[in-house]
Ligand binder design. Structure first.
Ligand code: ADP
Length: 545
């Protein structure tokens, strides 16, 4: 049925109103005055009975039917069945209009009167709406009627508000974010279902104090400051904080936003806000950042490697050039040096008488300088040669090697009365000459850096594991500060002045190079004033059994 107007049936004033409206609807829909009166009387009779025996009945007037056959319908509804008490009224009404039906529904009762309309096809929906409009603008018939109409209007508004609130709640509940409103004191006035679902706290228990247990302890101070400032200044609040999830007990990152809302007089009245789960976003952001950092580090590393590679190439080239230069220089210098030596010697022997004391002294200084230069050049040449050649390995009996060396140092050993303690040494696969140079340099140093008043005691021993031989050359000499144990293997590195001990600072560099050419390792330990010990590891692979 398309409704035109309705009347609630509560008291006698409603009865008058119902009668009046039925008459008007009948008039508008084109019934004659006689039929108008019959219908209005019949309906009024039932309405009177409904007011008396029913519980808040209502009368609805409208039009129903097909496109070509339409009826005027008057329907009185109530939640309780009052019809039994109204048989008389119903019979009377039936006599007046005929077509009256009593329908029992689960919601109560409906008493329906239908009357065929003349010119059924002309009752378009637009026309029916215009009848309804008539009643909307119908002048009030009494102060009571006026009041009723206002009440109805209010009711209508209330329904609309409730509907819109329902819509709002449905909307906020269907959005996957926690929404809330606060009053100006920061108290929760509304929260959607997600808030309770996430926090596990009923909205009325979410007081200002409760937030301390909700927000992560590390974030709470910042959160509290931001909320207090926002409430005081009525400025928007926006921040990222971790909130405790009821189910897992985990803290989940959320973006919390709260905006101050103003009324039409521009006064700030409440707050509306939402909390969005940004945990995945934060994680993605962090991973991305970590990745980016990692990428940056990798790029840097790659750059450094490239740089290192270039430097190594440069270094190798310059080392090579340097070695070439050292080799050529030392080689070419030897001849003029020999001549210098020869002439200095000749001057000294042949023209000795021609020099006075100072001239002779100068001559002596010159010979010393030339000797030193020769020594330096020989050592340098030795050292540079080590870089030039690839060594051919042969079995070398180190017992023989060491004995030969001791013969070389015979005079010094006698002078110093040096004692040697030499264990049986193995046969190794190596370069005989270079191995001799190695042990010779070490023994020479052990004799040279001995203590003046103490008899030098030099031990040469070997121990072995499955993979390597470990040789030890140890003296009881002046030793050195352990901090210099690596530096002494550097080219020209010396811990003593030439006045104290002669030398070029090349000997141990040569030792290191020879050991490396034998795929081994050399290291030193010392205690100042007590001893120095040099340990040489040679891998078994380079060794003949
Ligand atoms: P040098 O020609 O000066 O002996 P080396 O390269 O052989 O050059 O030795 C480097 C420095 O190491 C020496 O100047 C010396 O100070 C120290 N050194 C080497 N061997 C010993 C040792 N057995 N005892 C104490 N110091 C030593």
């Amino acid at each position: 049925m398309k409704e035109i107007v309705s009347v609630s049936l509560e008291n006698d004033m409603d009865l008058i109103l119902a009668h009046k409206r039925v008459m008007k609807v009948c008039e508008l829909t084109g019934f004659s005055l006689i039929i108008q009166t019959s219908i209005a009387t019949a309906i009024s009779e039932i309405a009177r009975c409904a007011i008396e025996h029913g519980e808040g009945a209502s009368l609805k007037l409208g039009i129903d039917g097909t496109a070509t056959r339409k009826y005027l319908v008057a329907r009185i509804e109530d939640s309780i069945d009052f019809s039994l008490k109204c048989q008389e009224a119903l019979n009377y009404a039936k006599r007046l209009v005929g077509n009256i039906e009593v329908i029992k529904t689960p919601k109560g009762i409906q008493i329906m009167m239908k009357h065929l309309l003349n010119f059924s096809g002309t009752f378009t929906p637009g026309k029916i709406d215009s009848y309804a409009d008539y009643f909307k603008n119908e002048p009030a018939i009494s102060p009571y009627d006026e009041l009723r109409r206002k009440n109805l209007l209010l009711q209508e508004f209330a329904d609309k508000i409730r509907d819109s609130e329902d819509d709002y709640r449905t909307l906020t509940d269907s959005l996957p974010l926690m929404m809330f409103t606060l009053n100006n004191r920061g108290q929760l006035t509304y929260s959607n279902k997600w808030i309770e679902q996430f926090l596990g706290i009923p909205p009325k228990e979410i007081t200002a104090a409760a937030w301390q247990n909700i927000v992560h302890p590390d974030d709470y101070a910042t959160f509290n400051r931001a909320v207090t400032a926002a409430l005081q200044k009525a400025t928007p609040l926006k921040g990222q904080y971790r909130l405790k999830e009821k189910g897992s007990g985990n803290f989940v990152w959320h973006m919390i936003t709260a905006l101050p809302l103003k009324n039409e007089k521009d006064a700030q009245v409440k707050w509306m806000g939402f909390m969005v789960d940004i945990d995945a976003h934060r994680l993605a952001e962090k991973t991305l950042k970590d990745n980016m950092d990692l990428k940056e580090v990798q790029e840097k590393l790659f750059e450094n490697q490239q740089e290192l590679q270039t430097k190594i190439v440069e270094l190798n080239r310059s080392n090579y050039e340097l070695e070439q230069f050292a080799h050529l220089a030392t080689h070419d210098l030897q001849e003029p040096l020999r001549k210098l030596f020869f002439y200095a010697d000749a001057l000294k022997t042949k023209y000795h008488d021609k020099f006075d004391a100072s001239g002779l002294n100068m001559l002596k200084n010159m010979t010393n300088a030339v000797s030193r230069m020769k020594e330096l050049i020989t050592d340098l040449l030795n050292y540079s040669q080590l870089h030039q050649q690839k060594l051919d390995f042969n079995p070398v009996d180190l017992n023989v090697t060491v004995q030969d060396i001791l013969k070389d140092f015979e005079i010094t050993i006698q002078e110093k009365r040096a004692l040697f303690d030499i264990g049986p040494l193995p046969l190794v696969n190596g370069h005989a000459l270079r191995l001799r140079q190695l042990f010779s340099n070490l023994i020479s140093n052990a004799l040279k850096y001995s203590k003046k008043e103490v008899v030098p005691h030099i031990q040469i021993s070997v121990s072995q594991t499955d993979e390597k031989f470990v040789f030890l050359v140890k003296d009881n000499g002046i030793g050195f500060e352990p901090q210099y144990k690596d530096r002494i293997f550097g080219l020209f590195e010396r811990l003593h002045t030439r006045d104290q001990f002669p030398g070029t600072g090349i000997g141990l560099s040569i030792c290191k190079r020879i050991v490396e050419l034998h795929h081994g390792h050399i290291s030193a330990t010392a205690v100042p004033g007590e001893y120095s010990a040099f340990e040489i590891e040679l891998p078994m692979a380079a060794v003949v059994n």
